[in-house]
Design a protein around this ligand. Structure first.
Ligand code: UTP
Length: 410
């Protein structure tokens, strides 16, 4: 571990000397804790505070991108599924569950996957996902490696929960946990916030950190040793999520495309969902707030919305390409948040309005680093039941209704 001098030289470079302000008052254990944090933090994210101009906000020229539609899929489903199952049987597919988020909107104090979505019986979000993956395991007759990304904050709870529930019947040899990297939080002047005299305020660095965190955890070797070629990355909070879907995998393999994204048709032009499109000729996702009114309402020659295909955070990436892009930095998004901190009097403050920035990279930005991405349209009511909020839109209530409509006992 680094010593005080080394820590000082790192933080001086970023004009954050105050991080060691209380160093001499700390116990040995606290000193070590603080030095360890300084060693692990990626301070280069602070470079994104360039006078408030965020590089992630600079976009190219957008154009619509078509999809393999539900109709196309129905006509080719046998062939897609056969190709996908063959690849799974050959050990070429793995899945990565992104579960490092904080789930603030749900307001549940445990990892989101531990939420019980059941009504008459217990049915946890993690359990729904494992049940869905088991369908494919049974179809292919082989276990599919599942890598679960947690955060420093929720790793223990998540691992303990899986162990306590006996991995919901999954073979635990095929489940690996890894912790995502953390990024520092700053006030609006770019000064890193402290939680206490010995602890820097940090938060998970966004879901785009999954691949570099997986590499750092030494799991890429495991993936390569197993001969995995395709990784299906998916979010924790869609309880109807189809994971390692053989049809999707088969369609991507047959297309010869470098990656794939599940999409759903937008319900209305103003729906708040990121849309898969082209940006300067490369696949990309344009966020709903980045779209102009003209883009939102543009109609194509078939009378359909031109920017029609919304993403649902279910992607297929190729391991070789991931390795190639790993060193390319993803754009860092600077977001305003309420960040609890210790003030100059040593009091711990929980703000009621945003008081600073957090830094996040997003998995959707990985799509733009691919040469091609197959948009694979799925039926929204069958595959998309996100649990973002406690009530209202994309909530526990709407997800329960969708589970019931799909014949899941809850
Ligand atoms: P969201 O963008 O919905 O964020 O995550 P969140 O943290 O879960 O929820 P809110 O915004 O605080 O309410 C989409 C997916 O990305 C994962 C989440 O766990 C979820 O599966 N994620 C998000 C991470 O794994 N790490 C992160 O740093 C952020």
């Amino acid at each position: 571990m680094i010593n005080r001098e080394k820590a000082m030289s790192i933080i001086t470079k970023y004009r954050q000397e105050h991080l060691l302000q209380y160093y001499d008052e700390l116990s040995d254990e606290e000193k070590n804790e603080l030095l360890k944090q300084i060693e692990l933090i990626d301070f280069s994210v602070l470079e994104n505070l360039n006078g408030g101009k965020n590089i992630a906000d600079i976009r190219g020229t957008f154009a619509p991108l078509g999809a393999v539609t539900i109709g196309d899929i129905a006509s080719n489903s046998k062939e897609y599924i056969r190709t996908g199952v063959e690849a799974i049987k050959a050990g070429k597919a793995a899945a990565v569950l992104l579960a490092g988020g904080q789930g603030t909107r749900l307001g549940f104090d445990k990892p989101k996957g531990m939420f019980n979505i059941g009504v008459d019986k217990e049915l946890y979000i993690f359990e729904c996902l494992i049940i869905n993956l088991m369908d494919v395991v049974e179809l292919a007759g082989t276990w599919i490696p599942l890598y679960i990304m947690t955060s420093e904050k929720n790793n223990k709870d998540t691992m303990d929960f899986f162990a306590e529930k006996n991995y919901f019947g999954y073979d635990s040899d095929y489940i690996h946990f890894f912790i995502q990297d953390m990024a520092p939080s700053v006030d609006f002047d770019g000064r890193i916030l402290m939680e206490s005299k010995s602890r820097i305020s940090v938060s998970p660095n966004g879901n785009g950190g999954w691949f570099s965190s997986l590499v750092r955890a030494g799991l890429l070797e495991d993936i390569k040793k197993k001969g995995v070629e395709w990784i299906n990355v998916f979010a924790v909070d869609n309880v109807l999520q189809r994971i390692a879907d053989p049809g999707f995998l088969g369609a991507v393999i047959k297309s010869g495309f470098q990656s794939g994204s599940k999409v759903v048709s937008k319900a209305a032009p103003e729906e708040k969902v990121g849309v898969l499109c082209l940006e300067d000729g490369k696949p990309s996702i344009v966020e709903y707030y980045e779209m102009t009114d003209e883009m939102r309402t543009l109609i194509d020659e078939n009378g359909e919305l031109a920017y029609k295909y919304g993403v649902i955070l279910n992607y297929l990436f190729n391991v070789n390409k991931l390795e190639e892009i790993c060193d390319k930095k993803l754009p860092v998004h600077v977001v305003d948040k309420k960040i609890p901190f210790m003030n100059e009097n040593g009091d711990y403050i929980i703000p009621t309005s945003p008081n600073g920035h957090k830094f996040e990279t997003l998995v959707l930005d990985m799509v733009h680093l691919q040469d091609s991405c197959l948009a694979y349209e799925v039926v929204r009511e069958k595959e998309f039941a996100p649990v973002k909020n406690a009530t209202g839109v994309d909530s526990v209530e709407t997800a329960r209704e969708l589970l019931k409509a799909n014949g899941v006992e809850i």
